[in-house]
Design a protein around this ligand. Sequence first.
Ligand SMILES: O=C(O)CCC(=O)C(=O)O
Ligand SMILES: [Fe+2]
Length: 239
Amino acid sequence: MNAAALPAFDTDWLPAATHLLSPARTLRHEPFDFIVVPDLLPAASAPALLPDYPHFNEAGFFPYTPQQCGPRFNALVAALTAPAFADALGAQLNIERLSQYPTLVTLCGRMNMRHGTIHTDSRSKVATALLYLNTSWPDTSAGCLRFLADAHDIDAVLVPEIRPLFGTLAMFKRADNSFHGHLPCEGERKVLQIAWVVSEEAKARKTRRGRFSRLMKQLFGGFDRRLGAGRDRNAGHLD
Ligand SMILES: O=C(O)CCC(=O)C(=O)O
Ligand SMILES: [Fe+2]
């Protein structure tokens, strides 16, 4: 890919947030606030961006560090976490000045069958954005995000399930009923997650926990994988 692809990662275009008004978007305020923008990133930018995405051997989300990524991906993260973009996103979800909250960025490269059980996200999060980065996805429900009306029913979808394809943004305001999850899948699944959290203390705590979890998975990943293998499709977890 030549340098012509790079301007797509200028920090100017995302904060303008015109993509958030894309005719293809889905925006709901009941039973909780969420938005799905299937075309936040142009598909043509994938070949320029993805070589800058780090490789993961472990399954799950782990804290982002600029050192592990290439410059184009770091530029994307900077644009997505910029105050103007956060405020534009927050406004869609009835959150005033989302930029007042610290951001916690985590990356996922792989999943195992344990992931995706139904949950709301923890109270320490104000809002969560998931940007999917997979250039293809099998024609199956496995690994497709579902916003749900019920804590115990993975089929109680509020809108059609969201395929984790490159450039699709799914974001919600965390609430006691912001149920979401996906059917089990195993293997590569690239996702950038931005959580706006209530305090620096919460961010530090979650970052410490995420680093520890990666270390544990480096040591005991096989065990973790086997643990989730037989999970119920309607399983949930607290967090
Ligand atoms: O990977 C996804 O699609 C959802 C991840 C998620 O809900 C979480 O990490 O809290
Ligand atoms: Fe979640």
